[in-house]
Ligand binder design. Sequence first.
Ligand code: ZN
Length: 483
Amino acid sequence: MSQPTHVPVTRTVPLCAPGAAGHTAGLQVSAIRSVRLVDGTLADLVVAGGQITAVLPAGAPRPAGPLGATGIPTGTATGAVELDAHGWRVIPAASEPHAHLDKALSGERVDYFSGTTQNDLAAAIEQWRGLLATIDEADIRDRATRAVERYVSRGITSIRTHVDFPLTGDPLRGLKALTAVRDALAGVMTIQVVGLAGQHTPDAVIEDAISLGLDVIGGCPHISEDPHRETTRMLDLAERTGLPVDLHTDEQTNADELDIVDLAHQVIARDLGQLVTASHCVRLGSLPPERLHPVLDLVARSGMGIVTLPITNLYLQGWDATHLAPRGLTAVRAILDAGIPLAAGADNLRDPFNPVGRADPFETTSLLITAGHLTPVEALAAVTTGARTVLGLPAVLDVGPGRAPFAEATPVAADLILVPDVDLGDVLAGAVDARVVLHGGRVLADTRTSRTLDLSQRSPSTPIHPAKASAGIPDRPVLEHVR
Ligand SMILES: [Zn+2]
């Protein structure tokens, strides 16, 4: 049977202006036309099998590939459409590398300053324990689902979430809730569930969690009585099960000992490398260079990744400082310079550990630029490509500096955010509302905002500048240009 000799016309759907009504959720796309890349060039992205298979100059002929029986290029989903994205730019979809979905959106139940004037890490843990006794599996599932909807709408298509093993009631109720959310969304987005074991969590509970589908071993040696013993216990479990490990590490600004040194030595000795992640590492940000650099050399040799969580650590740290409060960030600049994979996220979302937060990767990029002094492209990489490296996820469009346009050598995941084609600085500042979010080439969310704005009328009797008015100098004309 002969192959068709032409590519049939695929339906084209215009994205329309950012202020138009959102209308593309649920569409599977076979191409995104006339979209601006991070490097400023205009391109057409070809999508097949959930991946970007070609990045072409805008308007260039699509390369002839094998056609299926229906005349559609092989790998193109049935019913897929081409998006005309003129007036939009594309960046990789973001990852949230460290969430606590079991705690998310519980903030309305918290009296943040009850009994304390310092809502630091220890106070937040106490508040959460107080809440936890009243929280069941359905409660966790409901809040986690609502939180995931926020993350996805803002451009996050993969989430690594930690989950507590409560010491009262069913210790696995959080895990059951979050694996149910994960499984309900399998194929739609990626969720990894990390068990946040405390020093009093028995091995048997963690092993039960593994049999129920836990994805990653986790713990918090930094608040254990014997951090070395707890780190060893977690890595032993990882070696026995083959699962990755993600440990809360050095989440203090002023501890004498650095748990990450012991962790890195053990990772090297056990050859666990990229299976291990150290989250927070706040203490590194307060070390002088002569102490910091040998530690980062060791971490780089271990192959571990580091997760930084600006918004939550800016909130939790520094309460006892009378002046020059520490920023609560890890040493992000030195970590990048040492060649250590860096992921950035938000950690908590409207809960005892963080009363605010927007589930927005651009909130994190803003903080990485202002508080961490990263460049905009470095900040974008930390919430996208860097985060995916640390989480072990397939590659997406590269955003690194110096990247050549149209240079994607191999197919990459079609996980993308389309935003209005404004200056990238506006995007990373979180100043754009319109976002279209795709996972595997399927549109998960299409968010637009409508606004009416009229600054043209003011009372003629009210001079803008009284001194000018009294001197007979006319005010500026009405502001038609901002309408
Ligand atoms: Zn955490």
